[in-house]
Design a binder for this molecule. Structure first.
Ligand code: ADP
Ligand code: MG
Length: 256
């Protein structure tokens, strides 16, 4: 059975896509079979995996609408050594087109269920909203990874997401749980970052991952080369953090 994790936070620019792509590549580098599902019409995770979103014949859009199977639409990230179910602008239409369909919240779940033995980990990059697309991600997943920056408003935004996860758990997906909070773009010299980080540990205890991802420009440069950061510059501090995070995930996954 695969571990299916949604990487979610309704705020934009908090490191969801960077986390999804780099965790996928880092898990693959440690011998895991990985599928990355891009659920954001911006297609950043697709491009960051080295798959050209402008050249897709089939994408996650077609899978959600029942017009293609996962096998038809998935592509290999040669750079990252994992599979991707890619996305592009088409996906923006899916939101509206799915509204009248049966099981609109569980369409991704159904598509993935047919391939449960193909992968050790499925990582779903969610868009920055609590939309029907994100809902499909949360219904398909058994766990949520929440990347967050340690800044003043971080905790405030978190309560909306935690409430949504609780609702999905109660009404649509009893398997869903929060796997953990990942501190990203961390600046160890900032007093505020350290204070918020300590608060997170107080509130959420062992739901806070031990690994902390520092702010590191090499992670931000990698997508323009169509490479995951952990492949682009493996020695960089950011890449090393994501490799450590993958090892932490593999350890935690044994306890699920
Ligand atoms: P989201 O998917 O939540 O919108 P992204 O992963 O796209 O967020 O990250 C937003 C921006 O921050 C991107 O330009 C990305 O390259 C950059 N970024 C993400 N994580 C880091 C990091 N640890 N260090 C430096 N830049 C980062
Ligand atoms: Mg993103």
């Amino acid at each position: 059975m695969s571990h299916i994790f949604a990487v979610a936070n309704q705020k934009g620019g908090v490191g969801k896509t960077t986390t999804t792509v780099n965790l996928a590549a880092a898990l693959a580098a440690q011998g895991q079979r990985v599928l990355l599902v891009d659920l954001d019409p911006q297609g950043n995770a697709t491009m960051g995996s080295g798959v050209d979103k402008r050249a897709l014949k089939k994408s996650v859009y077609h899978v959600l609408l029942g017009m293609a199977s996962l096998v038809d639409a998935r592509q290999t990230s040669e750079a990252g050594k994992f599979d991707t179910l890619p996305a592009n602008r088409d996906l923006a239409g899916a939101e509206v087109e799915m509204v009248d369909l049966d099981n609109r919240e569980t369409r991704l779940k159904r598509a993935l269920a047919l391939h449960d033995s193909d992968y050790d980990f499925v990582l779903i990059d969610c868009p920055p909203s609590l939309s029907l697309l994100t809902l499909n991600g949360l219904c398909a997943a058994n766990g949520v990874i929440i990347p967050m920056q340690c800044e003043y408003y971080a905790l405030e935004g978190l309560s909306d997401l935690v409430n949504t996860i609780k609702k999905v758990h109660a009404n649509l997906n009893p398997d869903l749980k929060i796997i953990g909070l990942l501190r990203v773009m961390f600046d160890p010299r900032s007093t505020l970052s350290n204070q918020v980080s300590a608060q997170l540990e107080q509130h959420f205890g062992d739901k806070v991952f031990k690994t902390i991802v520092p702010r590191n420009v090499r992670l931000a440069e990698a997508p323009s080369y169509g490479l995951p950061g952990v492949i682009f510059d493996r020695a960089a501090k950011g890449a090393q953090a994501y490799l450590a995070f993958a090892a932490e995930m593999i350890e935690r996954a044994k306890t699920f």
